[in-house]
Design a protein around this ligand. Structure first.
Ligand code: DC
Length: 234
């Protein structure tokens, strides 16, 4: 597959990739808010493909049908009255539904399909804005925005990531079991890192940040420090 031109050499882009529960989502949101940049939550797109495919009753192994869902996904992102991120699929709000572990595992399964990844490629690049973009995912720095000005690979120990995911789900009032989450995270890491297309791995020019013993504020400060050096204010 030829790599199509990305807008990353024209617009400022920070990519934040890493495994489940590394804190990418929280960090990306805070960095984007701080800089006044746009945000791409690419995992939400894969979660929506899985959800839309399940709702349509598509056979799990029908890649062409899943790819069609990815290409035509009626997804929109916005902010609710309380300032939190809201996501709609086919006009129905799915903000909470897509955050379940079931949706995450479904996303990880459809994400191995090259047709699904190709179907979402241009849609993800279209998030780039002249004001700047913070893109969070698994292949933002390696495939979607290879020319990004700053690439972060955010990681943390598997135990710490399971604990964070557990607290996140509890805070949202969703059910969670720490032992089951640890197993699911290990399985998902394995699937995301071993798939043939766009596996989870740091870009050659990524800065690796291990957040195991860092607070969210520490990580945000570190990314902003790197951003200030890479994107000096003119
Ligand atoms: O970041 P997340 O947990 O919302 O992502 C859910 C799944 O989607 C993840 O297990 C792998 C897949 N994904 C991907 O393959 N590529 C991305 N850029 C983002 C997510």
């Amino acid at each position: 597959m030829s790599v199509q031109a990305s807008k990353t050499d024209r617009f400022p882009v920070i990519t934040i990739d890493g495994p489940s529960g590394s804190g990418k989502g929280t960090i990306a949101r805070q960095v984007a808010t701080h800089l006044g940049w746009h945000l791409l939550d690419s995992g939400a797109l894969y979660r929506m493909v899985a959800l839309a495919s399940a709702k349509r009753g598509l056979p799990a192994d029908d890649e062409a049908a899943h790819a069609k869902v990815a290409e035509t996904l009626a997804a929109s992102f916005g902010v609710g009255a309380d300032g939190t991120e809201r996501i709609w699929l086919d006009g129905t709000e799915v903000s909470n539904e897509i955050r379940s572990e079931q949706a995450g595992n479904g996303a990880s399964r459809v994400a191995v399909m090259p047709g699904v990844r190709a179907g979402l490629l241009q849609r993800q690049r279209a998030f780039a804005r002249s004001t700047g973009l913070v893109a969070d995912g698994r292949d933002m720095g390696t495939v979607i925005f290879p020319d990004a000005g700053l690439k972060i690979f955010l990681t943390a120990s598997p135990e710490e990531r399971a604990r964070r995911r557990y607290n996140q789900l509890k805070d949202k009032g969703l059910s969670a079991n720490l032992a089951a989450l640890s197993l699911e995270i290990a399985e998902r890491d394995q699937r995301d890192a071993s798939r043939a297309v766009a596996p989870l791995k740091p870009a050659d020019d990524a800065v690796i940040v291990d957040s195991t013993s860092m607070t969210i504020d520490d990580v945000v400060a570190r990314v902003l420090e790197l951003a200030a050096a890479r994107f000096p204010v003119k």
